[in-house]
Design a protein around this ligand. Structure first.
Ligand code: PMP
Length: 426
């Protein structure tokens, strides 16, 4: 593959945009090489500025579950744009998408739209604090909830110590209110709660994690968190920015039959436009301004183009009864193909999968949390990434990201992907 034009565009971009990108992972820092500048996309394919075509397994990091430039979504946006792009007033379409989302997701009565997953999670935590009158939160190592201050925290020493910031600019004061636990470690969560009795507003997690590869909750982890939350009057917040409307119509609450108190969304809910949302039962949502004292706002929140894209997307997901089965079948097919291809070449690996999320870890340990996720061989991953790219397959440029399948992928695309993997010698 030749990336001449992408290289030139990257050089120009670096002069005026830090690192040449508006979100760090796009810079290929973890894998080396020049990021590819995409010009257009359709269905399962990305087309770059040099005229190369790639089978896409990122799906814009999740939203494009039906494939790129999906016609009903494009039509909805184009039609809406003709009527004006933002009014800063209520519009009817906001209620329509809210009604639809509330009808699809269990245990929520009301939803508020924002502009990103970061905003959704930040607002959910503020709401949880406002509702409970408590200040601390528990998050899990390796779970990403956007870049707001409370979430950019890593462990100090041991699970019961206060967190310390892992980005300059996050204050110690903020960090001390974020307690860190290990994913799938219910005993660790209990210890944290006991050391902070009466102080924890919420536990937030990706109920199926996608930001340390794909990691599944083990051994009724979600149910056990629910029980602990009930016992201690703590709100359980499911960050379904990745999993919402992707793993099931009703997300992980439906899939695992566990009730969350607040749910956050992003990605699929906006059909590829900048949308996030958070939702809960009425009793909690009533605390939000203008009904209640917890402040939250947004000039472009509920933007008509974004709502049009989201409504078209959710309508399709709600009515396409085969979608989740079709995605799951494709992902299982890919899983089996990858296993066979890597085994043939004696490449040590572990594959995790849930629905249309899948990740390949170059380690033989069971990957169940952040600690085991980092055991993957990063050098192998880098070579694998570039091998795939050279073969026209675009996977995320980081070993800690899940692959997202989209329903425009054909079995021929999957076979081509498996064939590319089979020619990877490690
Ligand atoms: N939560 C999760 C689970 C995510 O995966 C992400 C983004 N990858 C976010 C929150 C933040 O969303 P955004 O990038 O839209 O701010």
């Amino acid at each position: 593959m030749i990336y001449k034009r992408s290289s030139a565009l990257f050089a120009e971009a670096q002069k005026v945009i830090p690192g040449g990108v508006n979100s760090p992972v796009r810079a290929f820092n973890a894998v080396g090489g020049t990021p590819i500048f995409i010009e257009k996309a359709k269905g399962a394919y990305l087309h770059d500025a040099d005229g190369n075509t790639f089978i896409d397994y990122i799906a814009s990091w999740g939203p494009m579950i039906l494939g790129h430039a999906h016609q009903p979504v494009i039509d909805a946006v184009v039609e809406k744009a003709k009527l004006g792009t933002s009014f800063g007033t209520p519009t009817e379409i906001e209620t329509k998408i809210a009604e639809l989302a509330v009808s699809m997701v269990p245990n929520i009565d009301m939803i508020r739209f924002v502009n990103s997953g970061t905003e959704a999670c930040m607002s959910a935590v503020r709401l949880a604090r406002g509702f409970t009158g408590k200040e601390k939160i528990i998050k899990f190592a390796g779970c990403y909830h956007g870049h707001s201050d409370s979430f950019l925290i890593q462990a100090g020493s041991g699970a019961v110590t206060f967190g310390s910031p892992n980005s300059p600019g996050v204050t110690q004061g903020t960090a001390k209110d974020t307690l860190l636990a290990n994913y799938n470690d219910i005993e660790g969560v209990k210890t944290l709660i006991e050391a902070n009795i009466g102080e924890i507003a919420c536990i937030i997690l990706e109920p199926v994690a996608g930001n340390m590869g794909c990691i599944l909750p083990q051994d009724n982890f979600l149910q056990k968190l629910r029980t602990l939350c009930d016992e201690h009057n703590i709100l359980l917040v499911f960050d379904e920015v990745m999993t919402g409307f992707r793993l099931a119509k009703g997300g992980v609450q439906e899939l695992y039959n566990v009730k969350a108190d607040i749910v956050t969304f992003g990605k699929v809910i906006g059909g590829g436009l900048p949308v996030g949302a958070f939702a809960a039962r009425k009793e909690i949502m009533n605390h939000l301004a203008p009904l209640g004292p917890v402040y939250q706002a947004g000039t472009l929140s509920g933007n008509p183009l974004a709502m049009a894209a989201g409504l078209a997307m959710l309508t399709e997901i709600n009515t396409n009864t085969d979608l989740f089965k079709s995605l799951e079948d494709k992902t299982e097919y890919l899983h089996n193909g990858i296993t066979e291809a890597l085994e043939k070449n004696n490449i040590t690996h572990t594959i995790n999968r849930q629905g249309s999320m899948i990740s390949v870890h170059f380690t033989d340990v069971n990957v169940t949390d952040f600690e085991t996720a980092v055991k993957g061989n990063n050098d192998t991953f880098k070579r694998f990434f570039h091998h795939m790219l050279d073969n026209g397959i675009y996977i995320a440029p980081s070993a800690f990201e899940s692959w997202f399948l989209n329903d425009a992928l054909s079995y021929e695309d999957l076979d081509k992907t498996i064939e590319a993997i089979a020619s990877f010698k490690g």
